[in-house]
Design a protein around this ligand. Structure first.
Ligand SMILES: C[S@@+](CC[C@H](N)C(=O)[O-])C[C@H]1O[C@@H](n2cnc3c(N)ncnc32)[C@H](O)[C@@H]1O
Length: 380
């Protein structure tokens, strides 16, 4: 069943992906796993109580396969579920409604001229409990386990769009490396205040600061090529697409050669996109939420193009109409050169969440990737 338009279930938490986000992808060896699965004896893994959502912490994702003889409403969630035709039809209908009534020019300006203001409001209204702690990080991004072992030596993680610290603090809690430093940056000063106010805030290991990823400078206390890992968890979707280039360049500058970006964000067709009503669309797949924060929904080829200079995206997606703010950093102003990343992995994570009481199916879609800094900056 598809959620009907009167459904008020899209609570603020869900709109921000807070209640359900943070789900790992199947590891790259997917094909062989699929083969194995065909020969598996039922009950399949989704029925194994050790994999049940409520029983393991962190929950091991990717193992609840919906099969023909399953009762969909037996569990809260199923992994790797491709939405059915009726969902796609409903989504297209919704997109048409959204396009027919886009955000007014007045509001475009209101929400794009000072996006940090809206995130500050958000963090004034929501405490650090709003986003769920991202406990699955080590599972999904093994480099984090490597850097947090006792004898890993001096290691630097930069988290951008760190919010209230729901990613940084779980990493710190699991950390055994006395020489690890996490730089947790956000352009919202209210978010940074929340991180600093957290009782786990230890300035020897975590430094929170205000920094805009699209600015001309690197974050405070960080020099070029000094960072081992950059974490981008649900932050890229908050940027105006016109800011992507500047953001990627800054990440590239901060990372040491061989350093890695760990990326997770919203994917096209996620229920939170489909549910947007009229007066929310600012550009193709770019919306304004009720609280004034912006959100974009990515496609795989687009992310490949953003991170890898070997790939190009020629289509315009409507941001050049002059009605959306200009990026603070002009294209190329930081270096005049293009950064170069290897896409180590990139995939779509689909999940079907089930409201068992109301017999509703909800399709979620996230993108997850790892991008490695390789060669040198090359001319545009
Ligand atoms: C959806 S929240 C994600 C918070 C956190 N990463 C998490 O997953 O819990 C997006 C965050 O990105 C921050 N943000 C948005 N635009 C930014 C920018 N240009 N530079 C730095 N941070 C930004 C917002 O203030 C907000 O804290």
């Amino acid at each position: 069943m598809i959620p009907n338009s009167k459904d008020k279930a899209d609570s603020m938490a869900e709109m921000h992906g807070a209640s359900v986000s943070g789900i790992p992808l199947e590891e790259p060896n997917q094909e062989s796993q699929l083969k194995d699965r065909k020969t598996e004896v039922l009950p399949h893994r989704s029925h194994d109580p050790s994999n049940n959502l409520k029983r393991s912490d962190p929950f091991k994702f990717g193992s609840r396969y919906l099969q023909e003889d399953d009762d969909v409403f037996e569990f809260n969630a199923w992994d790797h579920v491709t939405p059915d035709e009726s969902y796609y039809a409903y989504a297209e209908e919704q997109y048409a409604h959204q396009r027919a009534s886009p955000v007014s020019d007045f509001d475009k300006h209101r929400f794009n001229s000072d996006p940090a203001k809206w995130w500050n409001k958000f963090y004034s209204n929501n405490t650090s409990n709003f986003f769920k702690n991202r406990k699955w990080l080590h599972q999904e991004f093994p480099i984090l386990s490597k850097l947090t072992t006792t004898d890993a030596g001096p290691s630097t993680i930069l988290e951008v769009g760190a919010g209230a610290g729901n990613t940084a603090f779980p990493i710190l809690a699991a950390n055994e490396n006395p020489k690890l430093i996490i730089h947790a940056c956000d352009f919202s000063s209210k978010a940074v205040d929340l991180i600093k106010a957290n009782k786990a805030y230890d300035p020897q290991q975590i430094k929170a600061s205000v920094w805009d990823i699209s600015s001309d400078e690197l974050p405070p206390d960080l020099t070029e090529e000094s960072v081992d890992v950059v974490l981008l968890i649900f932050i890229f979707s908050a940027l105006n697409p016109l800011q992507w280039d500047a953001a990627v360049k800054n990440v590239w500058r901060a990372l040491r050669p061989g350093g890695e970006v760990c990326f997770r964000d919203y994917g096209r067709g996620d229920l939170t996109q489909v549910r947007f009503k009229k007066g929310r669309l600012m550009g193709e797949r770019f919306y304004i939420r009720g609280d004034g924060t912006r959100v974009y929904f990515f496609e795989e080829k687009e992310l490949r193009s953003i991170w890898s200079q070997n790939s190009t995206l020629s289509e315009s997606n409507g941001f050049e109409d002059g009605k959306i703010e200009e990026p603070k950093t002009k294209e190329g102003s930081a270096t005049g050169l293009k950064p170069d990343f290897d896409v180590v992995s990139l995939g779509v994570d689909r999940r079907m969440l089930v409201n068992r009481q109301r017999q509703l199916k909800m399709y979620r879609c996230w993108m997850q990737g790892r991008f490695k800094k390789t060669g040198n900056l090359k001319p545009d």
